[in-house]
Design a protein. Structure first.
Length: 390
């Protein structure tokens, strides 16, 4: 028995040593957040704590390595944000409607001392991922915009790939992840292997996605840290975004059952949070940005209609639907049910159409000043709903 234990612990120690000895690597390639006319946030992840930067150059046809490029660092209250495996860098002062090439560099931090920091191996996107990435800032005047909305992927990247291809990802400007992209957030691999690596490979290194939480993103030890992975400048999960004729409103539905449910172990407080968002919605609807927008689209994981009438749905129906009904909403996009459903405008109940996407469909929305065109596309590529709103 002693001999077996000795062998077991020797193998364990050797494994740990081998892990420590490995050079730093990318644990998740880059994805863009909050891309605007003059700024973008680039996020990536490394296997070891690091000091990182982005090298950036306006696309001018020259080789990226032709000369030294400007470096950008993440900062927090005057300090360079170093020493974590989450690398997130907000780049500001960019030109509108301009294409930039970028390269990521991370240097492993071996020891973060008070008076001396020592570094180990390094990794860069061109050397280790074989790519110089690029993105384009939004133009100052946006005439048209296209986005794809999907939900309920539940850690299935192959399914996500089919859905994004069905939606025509190559000519979309933006992707909306409308909740339950992962079933829980207990380990980083839930995000990385569940949908982020696939997203980065397919589109997210060059065009952004917006994350709307579902009820499942609130589950697991790391769930409270989700904002670190999808940083927002205002630190809120609910949001508004304007893209020319389109005004987007993202609502954060919270858990589906009553806060008192045994499954939440006393740690849920979503009733109050949904009330907070109701008050926020009223202010949004008073803003000139909202009033002047041509098309107003609401994204929320849980719909106020359909389903089995669980608590969150009832709460959303009571707190949000009456406010939304008065606001002149163009369209609402939801998920959660895993089954497609469509509620036409019904003046008695919902003053705007509501689409509930299934866990295999994707919704493609093309917006110009002339029309907002919506297509729901099933897993086999067939259109199952088409709306043309003028
Ligand atoms: Fe859900």
């Amino acid at each position: 028995m002693k001999r077996l234990l000795f062998i077991f612990f020797s193998i364990l120690a050797l494994n740990l040593y081998a892990q420590q000895d490995k050079p730093i690597a990318f644990s998740c390639p880059p994805y863009l957040q909050e891309l605007g006319t003059d700024a973008v946030t680039i996020v990536w992840h490394t296997t070891k704590p690091a000091f990182s930067w982005v090298e950036l150059a306006e696309e001018d046809g020259s080789n990226f390595q032709a000369k030294s490029r400007t470096k950008y660092y993440g900062t927090i209250n005057g300090q360079i944000d170093a020493g974590s495996t989450i690398q997130k860098i907000r780049i500001k002062g960019l030109k509108p409607g301009t294409t930039y090439n970028y390269r990521l560099v991370s240097k492993e931090i071996l020891n973060y001392g008070a008076y001396s920091v020592s570094y180990g191996s390094w990794v860069s996107s061109d050397n280790h991922l074989g790519k110089i990435f690029s993105f384009s800032t939004l133009p100052e005047k946006i005439e048209k915009v296209s986005f794809i909305e999907v939900s309920d992927i539940h850690n299935n990247p192959d399914k996500l790939e089919v859905m994004l291809k069905n939606g025509g990802i190559d000519n979309a400007d933006l992707v909306l992840f409308n909740g339950d992209m992962t079933s829980e957030f207990s380990h980083e691999s839930d995000l990385f292997d569940g949908f982020l690596k696939k997203s980065s490979d397919m589109f997210a290194a060059t065009k952004p996605f917006l994350m709307v939480r579902g009820n499942h993103e609130t589950r697991g030890l790391l769930s409270k840290d989700l904002m670190k992975y999808f940083p927002r400048t205002d630190n809120k999960y609910y949001f508004t975004k304007s893209y020319g004729p389109l005004f987007l409103i993202g609502l954060d539905c919270g858990e589906d059952k009553p806060d008192s449910d045994i499954a939440y172990s006393g740690l849920a407080a979503y009733d109050e949070y949904r009330t907070e968002q109701a008050e926020w919605l009223k202010k949004v609807f008073e803003s000139s940005e909202f009033k002047n927008a041509q098309y107003k689209v609401v994204i929320c994981h849980i719909s106020p209609l359909g389903g089995d009438g669980w608590h969150a749905q009832n709460d959303i129906k009571e707190k949000w639907l009456p406010i939304l009904n008065k606001a002149g909403i163009t369209l609402m996009l939801c998920g959660h049910e895993h089954t497609f459903n469509y509620f036409k405008t019904n003046k008695e109940v919902n003053n705007f159409p509501i689409i509930i996407g299934s866990d295999k469909s994707c919704t493609r929305v093309d917006v110009s000043k002339d029309a907002l065109t919506t297509k729901v596309i099933d897993y086999d590529g067939k259109n199952i709903l088409m709306l043309n709103i003028k």
